[in-house]
Design a protein around this ligand. Structure first.
Ligand code: HEC
Length: 241
């Protein structure tokens, strides 16, 4: 949590900041309200817009009790004095004011609202997938400004660096139509694919650090949510070699 992880994008390289409870180098001085505003509105305690590489378009959907639990957890990890590294962002994106129109076009702030037409399991899966594990940040295609193409939700997208494609997760024949619920929960727990082989790259990290640590019923809820998505054909193509 001491920061430094690089996220390379077409707009430049971003470095995740120190989020340990160090008062000077981390977020130790933040109030609960500061923390909620950062994750829900994408605004720093000083009122600056965050780059959406910090996936607040997903975290905005977290409930207030979950945000406060997360802050309480972060407050207990070892503080680190590692300074956060400045981003290397191309002009004009380096000007944070350009984020105002970006947010206006691409960002809807607000907590997850349960869909009354769906059962509790589906709603739990939707909440986890949309807010917390933000599958859409990698698996949904983006527009020229890096905003998510919500009409093609989870239909597959190329990772900004490297050759990997974050696959189509909708139940289309170019997606997960042939996957059973158990295929999905196994992949999220262990990274094994139904046809053999193991998921790697960024998905390997997602599985290692996140979905393998979930309760089984939460992985099942995500699978139920994915199975009920509207099918959408894959639009992303492999890079010509
Ligand atoms: C940080 C980016 C990232 C996030 C977040 C992410 N994925 Fe992935 N996912 C990938 C990449 C990249 C691959 C392709 C990995 C490979 O080819 O080895 C992938 C592959 C998969 C596959 C395999 C599909 C197939 O057809 O082989 C499944 C299933 C999957 N992801 C589900 C999810 C779910 C569910 C979430 C949210 C809980 C999620 N992913 C979040 C990047 C991501």
């Amino acid at each position: 949590m001491a920061g430094g992880g690089a996220l390379r994008t077409p707009f430049g390289a971003f470095y995740a900041p120190n989020i340990t409870p160090d008062p000077d180098f981390g977020i130790g001085k933040w109030s609960d309200a500061d923390f909620i505003r950062a994750l829900r509105e994408g605004l720093s305690p000083r009122g600056q817009h965050y780059f959406p590489v910090f996936p607040y378009p997903a975290y905005t959907k977290m409930t207030t009790p979950d945000l406060l639990d997360l802050k309480a957890y972060l407050a207990t990890i070892a503080p680190s004095k590692k300074p956060s590294r400045a981003h290397e962002v191309n002009f004009p994106y380096s000007i944070r004011a350009t984020l105002m129109p970006w947010k206006w076009l691409n960002f809807d702030a607000g907590e997850y609202k349960a869909d009354a037409n769906r059962d509790a399991k589906w709603n739990r899966g939707a909440y986890l997938a949309q807010a917390l594990t933000h599958c859409g940040e990698c698996h949904t295609p983006r527009n020229m400004l890096g905003g998510l193409e919500r009409a093609q939700w989870l239909s597959g997208a190329r990772m900004p660096v490297g050759d990997l494609i974050a696959s189509n997760l909708t139940p289309d024949k170019t997606g997960l139509a042939d996957w059973s619920t158990a295929d999905i929960t196994d992949a999220l727990e262990t990274g094994t694919l139904p046809q053999g082989g193991t998921l790697g790259g960024e998905m390997g990290e997602v599985i290692r650090n996140s979905t393998s640590k979930m309760r089984a019923e939460d992985r099942e809820a995500i699978a139920a949510y994915l199975k009920a998505l509207p099918p959408h054909p894959t639009t992303v193509t492999k890079k010509a070699k």
